[in-house]
Ligand binder design. Structure first.
Ligand SMILES: C[S@@+](CC[C@H](N)C(=O)[O-])C[C@H]1O[C@@H](n2cnc3c(N)ncnc32)[C@H](O)[C@@H]1O
Length: 219
């Protein structure tokens, strides 16, 4: 009952629907979650469902690092990243919806966080500077990209040579994860889609209740 309610909420919060399929895997693109559903991103139970602090600890955010949170939404992860990167670091918070960036700015103001630069991206370009970023983080976002190959090419350009691209995705292999199928991914799908774009899967961490942590490096 609870599972179908969550799936219904996610269904209702999506404004657009799969515009296409990935040419390599045939995976349907999920459609972008509307800013009307932004409340879902800060639901209280998200802490226990996703363990965000544990996720960031497992990824390892070094003080002073330059991070890009692409598909930042209202900043659920951005705010944490900003604190971990510290004043000598910086977080680019990219989203394609101006309303999400407005919510994010409001949250930054309330928490007096000054090391985040909100960036209005395009569906095929995160608009990041070249060779500037230590870590690109995509939390519950990659499956929404309608131009994943173009996004990945730009992400690769934005990363420093030893930079990392990290995806958090709900486990597509697990039927008990209560999320619509288009909003989950398997390790095999992610690997098959990212490796042809110049990335190699370095590690998969499975310490979270519902999500994979997939860590890629540039080839
Ligand atoms: C499910 S929300 C996740 C938000 C945030 N990462 C979090 O965990 O709270 C997905 C976000 O990705 C954004 N998004 C979708 N496609 C995008 C793209 N190509 N570039 C940047 N943001 C994108 C959406 O606008 C939405 O805010």
């Amino acid at each position: 009952m609870r599972r179908s309610f969550c799936a219904l909420l996610l269904f209702l919060s999506c404004s657009t629907w799969a515009q296409g399929v990935h040419p390599v895997t045939g995976r349907k693109y999920a459609g972008v979650m509307s800013a009307d559903g932004a409340g879902w991103l800060t639901r209280p139970e998200r802490e226990s469902e996703e363990h965000p602090d544990e996720a960031l600890k497992a990824i390892g955010i070094v003080k002073g690092s330059i991070v890009a949170d692409i598909g930042a939404g209202s900043g659920f992860m951005t705010l944490r990243l900003a604190k971990l990167a510290g004043p000598s670091g910086k977080v680019y918070a990219v989203d394609i919806q101006p309303r999400m960036l407005d919510l994010l700015r409001e949250n930054l103001r309330k928490q007096k966080i000054a090391n985040v630069e909100p960036v209005l991206g395009a569906i095929d370009d995160p608009k990041l500077p070249p060779s500037a970023v230590d870590l690109v983080l995509l939390v519950d976002v990659y499956h929404e990209f309608s131009e994943p190959q173009k996004m990945l090419r730009h992400i690769r350009e934005a990363l420093k040579p030893d930079g990392r691209l990290v995806l958090l995705e709900y486990r597509g292999e697990d039927p008990d994860v209560p999320i619509r199928p288009e909003h989950k991914m398997t390790v095999a799908q992610v690997k098959a889609e990212l490796e042809p774009e110049g990335f190699r899967l370095d590690r998969v961490k499975e310490n979270l209740p519902r999500q994979h942590i997939l860590i890629f490096r540039k080839n």
